[in-house]
Design a protein around this ligand. Structure first.
Ligand SMILES: Nc1ncnc2c1ncn2[C@@H]1O[C@H](COP(=O)(O)OP(=O)(O)OP(=O)(O)O)[C@@H](O)[C@H]1O
Ligand SMILES: [Mg+2]
Length: 322
């Protein structure tokens, strides 16, 4: 979907990014981490074509439709109701009925959709002004996620979100078919969603690791030869040429799948660990049986997917090296 080759960026004397290359495939969840001012927003903007690199190139796939949650929070009109904030959003399709909006191509009742985002009916009809900072962020997410897109860009959406909204955002992202680029300082959240982590240290280097924050930490501490089958999309002087060629015996689609699988497995493993930790709470079953049931079902589902992904990976890897 996005291919950046040897991109660099400086602002005057400040080298924000030196020679970075990456290929982002459909469905990947890319997280950017690094201290303030490290260049995360600048890199995101280059990857989505919002600003040009000084040198190198960025190619965007055809048919890419972006939905961007920017760090400066597009202004919300405080005097409208939440309801109007959705129905009068010029970028959302109109369903023809004024109590409905189009949510990714499907008509939805405004109140029902706002309920998905944890607003009750009174809030839905009340003014945006009455919302807390976190609730405003939640409303912006509701607006953004109603759009039809296949690339979702979230620059620090997690700063003032409460735990429930983070859970909700994670669920929404799990269901989202497209590619996600996420900047966040919330390590736990990154562990739950990221398939690839791009670490920026503030020295102009950006390095891509497979998996979320914990995987990044683990790989950073492992000098070479990582035990797990992870892909490491490094910045590279040479273009990131695919290893598997026509001689590998894999079709293009299989080759793509083989590259994508380690990230998928890392994400599933991270999710399984989270769910296991969540379910380990002995009070969970008695206090919220519905959450317990949901988490158990989620765990089973991911374990199944992980087993299938591992099998696929072994099979493809074997054939690729045959
Ligand atoms: N248009 C610009 N002109 C000059 N300097 C800029 C410009 N945009 C960004 N910078 C500088 O480049 C560096 C990287 O900025 P960037 O916003 O990408 O960092 P960031 O990692 O997103 O930071 P934060 O975590 O605070 O959002 C900063 O030192 C910033 O001041
Ligand atoms: Mg930023």
């Amino acid at each position: 979907m996005i291919e950046a080759r040897n991109i660099t960026k400086s602002f005057g004397e400040l080298a924000v990014l030196r020679d970075f290359s990456i290929k982002i495939t459909r469905g990947e969840r890319i997280a950017m981490v690094g201290p303030n001012g490290a260049g995360k927003t600048t890199l995101v903007n280059m990857l989505i074509g919002a600003i040009p690199p000084d040198t190198g190139s960025v190619k965007l796939g055809t048919g890419l439709v972006q939905a961007v949650f920017d760090q400066n929070r597009a202004a919300l009109d405080l005097d409208t109701s939440l309801w109007e904030s959705l129905t009068q959003d010029g970028e959302l399709g109109v369903s023809g009925k004024n109590d409905q909006i189009m949510v990714r191509g499907q008509p939805r009742h405004v109140v029902g959709y706002l309920k998905d985002f944890l607003f009750d009916e009174a809030q839905a009809r009340g003014p945006v002004r009455a919302l807390s900072g976190g609730e405003k962020a939640r409303l912006l997410l509701a607006r953004l996620l109603a759009r039809e897109s296949n690339l979702l860009v979230l620059d620090e959406p997690t700063n003032d979100l409460d735990v429930e909204t983070l859970d909700l955002l994670q669920e929404v992202l799990d269901d989202y078919d497209g590619t996600v680029i996420l900047v966040s300082h919330d390590r736990d959240f990154l562990d739950r969603v990221a398939t690839t982590t791009i670490a920026m240290q503030g020295d102009g280097q950006a390095v891509a690791y497979a998996g979320g924050w914990s995987d990044y930490q683990a790989q950073r501490q492992t000098p070479a030869g990582v035990a797990k089958p992870v892909k490491i999309k490094q910045k590279s002087a040479a273009a990131p040429k695919s290893k598997a060629g026509p001689s590998s015996g894999l079709s293009y689609v299989e080759e793509h799948r083989l590259k994508e699988l380690p990230g998928v497995m890392a994400r599933l493993e991270a999710e399984i660990a989270k769910l296991e930790a969540y379910l380990a709470d002995p009070d969970l079953f008695s206090t919220s049986p519905a959450k317990f049931a949901k988490a158990s079902a989620g765990l089973l589902e991911r374990q199944g997917k992980l087993a299938a992904a591992e099998e696929d990976w072994l099979d493809l890897e074997e054939r690729a090296s045959a």
